[in-house]
Design a binder for this molecule. Structure first.
Ligand code: SF4
Ligand code: SF4
Ligand code: SF4
Length: 291
């Protein structure tokens, strides 16, 4: 009896170790966000940071765990959990402008809070670690665009990428003008800028998606945040690579990629490499498990 009991305990331990190994990515993700949550909570003395980063870390961990369990809606679930939280709760309820104008605004004020922390973590330094994971799993603009019918681009890529720099400079000029012009209640202006900015992003995003038959046309040509995201994600630790000993060159991965990435080329300088949003559609569809 004692030997049977010991073998059951050993079996349970092995099962638990296997589960830990299988879910190491979601556990690590949650641990990283929890570390940020606790560090900001203690350094700023504000429990909101504990809630905020715990919620986001838990949502991302849930999404990756669901992906490991081969749930085909894993990414979309995470995108909705994080995107709606940021748009509705942080933006509309708490009145924090989390768009690029909000980032410039708090940066000019010299305040490391709200949008500045968000940009530092998700869009400037975070991409060194997780690339454009923000674009695949959290952005509230893409959260809506991904419901449109052109999940895979139906037309060749255009050369309108310069538009992002125009929008980037315009957002900076708008906030600079707010500081230079004698405008009262700038906080209220920033709140309304958040509403108007989002309505404009959705309208332009939907219009360009239909015009170019590509859900992610806005991300490819217009979004000013890519001015930060693209160069930083070039150095990303987390990236899609190909095991060429398994690949049979069937082309399936390229045909399902929403961002036209040449994922068969492992070089950092590969075609559209900084466009990868880590959606894992190529990984999910590869018949050889080569990615
Ligand atoms: S490129 Fe811009 S709009 Fe598209 S997902 Fe990334 S942050 Fe969102
Ligand atoms: S889907 Fe897989 S096997 Fe086919 S080309 Fe891509 S990596 Fe190679
Ligand atoms: S399909 Fe693959 S290469 Fe293309 S964006 Fe998604 S993860 Fe990146």
């Amino acid at each position: 009896m004692a030997i049977l009991g010991r073998s059951r305990i050993r079996q349970r331990r092995e099962d638990r170790d296997d589960a830990m190994k299988k879910y190491v990515l979601p556990i690590s993700l949650f641990a990283i966000f929890e570390a940020v949550a606790v560090a900001l909570w203690l350094s700023k003395g504000n429990a909101f940071y504990l809630f905020n980063f715990t919620y986001i870390g838990a949502s991302l961990a849930l999404g990756t765990a669901l992906f490991i369990r081969r749930n085909k809606n894993a990414r979309r679930i995470t995108q909705l959990l994080v995107g709606l939280y940021m748009l509705v709760y942080l933006g509309l309820v708490r009145g924090e402008n989390m768009q690029i104008e909000g980032f410039w605004y708090y940066l000019f004020l010299g305040v490391f809070e709200a949008a500045t922390i968000h940009y530092a973590v998700a869009k400037i330094f975070g991409p060194l670690l997780f690339g454009r994971g923000w674009c695949g799993y959290a952005c509230w603009t893409a959260m809506v665009l991904d419901f449109l019918p052109y999940k895979i681009p139906e037309r060749p890529r255009k050369t309108f990428g310069w538009v992002r720099y125009v929008v980037f400079v315009a957002s900076l000029a708008f906030v600079a003008a707010l500081f230079l012009a004698p405008i009262g209640n700038v906080e209220s202006v920033m709140f309304w800028a958040f509403i108007v900015g989002n309505v404009a992003y959705y309208a332009i995003g939907i219009a360009t998606a239909y015009a170019l038959r590509d859900n992610r046309a806005f991300c490819k040509y217009v979004c000013p945040i890519t001015v930060f995201l693209k160069p930083m994600s070039y150095f990303s630790l987390l990236r899609i690579t190909c095991d060429h000993s398994k690949c049979v060159q069937c082309g399936t991965c390229g045909s399902v990629c929403p961002m036209d990435v040449d994922m068969l080329d492992d070089a950092r300088s590969r075609q559209n490499g900084t466009e990868c949003i880590l959606c894992l559609e190529c990984v999910r569809n590869c018949p050889q498990d080569a990615l």
